[in-house]
Design a protein around this ligand. Structure first.
Ligand SMILES: [Zn+2]
Ligand SMILES: [Zn+2]
Length: 365
């Protein structure tokens, strides 16, 4: 998931002096200026510190949060987004022990400080340092500098059986994993997953690994079909009455143990109360359109003991576990990769995603 708030692009414009040969190579990056103004520009290659890496980006996935930030102008321009990043180590600082030049690595963009009130409670994604931390200048770039703490905690060797394209799913899969752990699924449990985009389709597979069954919900037939292919026991088109009926049939009339909202509006959250069983859980896992509210009756939460929780981003442990699920083939991401595009075609990538003609678009800088 995306970083918190805005991050000013720290890379410097290519100055005349830096255009001299053998000083700095220019790197190309897709720079956000406005919704319909994303330019490929040349920037100065970042210099690395003693414990840092320079990585040549080979694959960089577009996350739903990148799309939301761009379409809703939630990031201050100029900015370079992109946080599902895999590439090859080009330089390693002398104090780096775990990686060497030539290693294939996958890098996540946020790292906790492990030292604040939030971190002591293991609420790593709420750590202020975590939200502010990032790779430099961002994933939609030919090269990135990986800071020291990221090198230590959020950078992993890509197992030989995984491609760069597959490895970029480590970060989004980790978000899914963190989220569904809180459902405490028992074998035989049932869940509704609303939204069968890349996140929902990974959720379906993870929930199956906990031996629970999934009812998948989406507006698009093609995504419902893919949901079945990737392990949903049943799917239903996103019409409230039809979903409610299916959820009851799916759960012996009780309502499902958990509802995972990877898409929708405030209204979807209210509808989830009619799908979940007493003492069940509802997981708010995606942003909703700006201004979309959920008028809740607190009496329902109280009398029916409903747990409603949000889950944002992940922690380094989740990253390690997610990579293991990818390595062992427990989660298949190949059907999710629908497009690979060069940076110059970023506007087209956004259009494909907006029109829901793509699942995961991977930019190849
Ligand atoms: Zn993301
Ligand atoms: Zn912290």
């Amino acid at each position: 998931m995306g970083e918190w708030g805005n991050r000013r692009m720290r890379a410097h414009r290519l100055s005349h002096s830096s255009m001299l040969p053998f000083i700095h190579r220019p790197l190309r990056a897709a720079v956000y200026y406005d919704r319909e103004d994303i330019r490929v520009e040349s920037l100065e290659e970042p210099e690395i510190g003693l414990g840092e890496l320079l990585v040549r980006v080979k694959a960089s996935g577009i996350c739903g949060t990148d799309l939301v930030k761009i379409l809703n102008r939630k990031v201050r321009p100029p900015a370079i987004l992109g946080h599902e990043i895999a590439g090859e180590v080009i330089k390693a600082g002398p104090q780096v022990k775990s990686f060497k030049v030539g290693d294939r690595v996958v890098v996540a963009h946020h790292v906790p400080c492990y030292n604040c009130h939030y971190c002591r409670h293991q609420n790593y994604a709420m750590c202020r340092f975590y939200k502010a931390s990032n790779v430099d200048p961002g994933g939609f770039s030919e090269y990135i500098r990986v800071p020291e703490l990221h090198t230590s905690h959020t950078t992993f060797l890509i197992p030989p059986q995984l491609s760069y394209d597959q490895a970029i799913f480590m970060e989004p899969l980790a978000c899914c994993l963190k989220s569904i752990r809180r459902c405490n699924f028992q074998p035989g449990d049932t869940a509704v997953v609303v939204g069968l985009g890349p996140m929902g389709l990974m959720m379906v597979q993870l929930i199956n690994l906990f031996h629970a069954r999934v009812l998948g919900v989406d507006l698009l037939d093609s995504r419902l079909e893919l949901g079945l292919q990737l392990g949903a026991a049943r799917v239903v088109s996103a019409q409230p009455e039809a979903v409610k009926q299916a959820a009851m049939e799916f759960s012996e009339g009780r309502g499902v143990d958990a509802v995972i909202l990877t898409a929708g509006t405030g209204e979807t959250l209210v509808q989830a109360l009619e799908l979940v069983r007493d003492s069940g859980t509802i997981n708010s896992f995606a942003s909703v359109p700006p201004g979309s509210l959920a008028p809740l009756d607190p009496n329902i939460l109280y009398h029916r003991e409903i747990t409603l929780y949000g889950s944002y981003s992940s922690a380094p442990t989740d990253l390690a576990h997610a990579l293991k699920y990818l390595e062992t083939g427990k989660v298949d991401v190949n059907p999710l990769i629908t497009h690979r595009l060069p940076l110059e075609r970023f506007p087209q990538a956004l259009q494909l995603l907006t029109e829901k003609k793509a699942l995961k678009v991977i930019m190849v800088p």
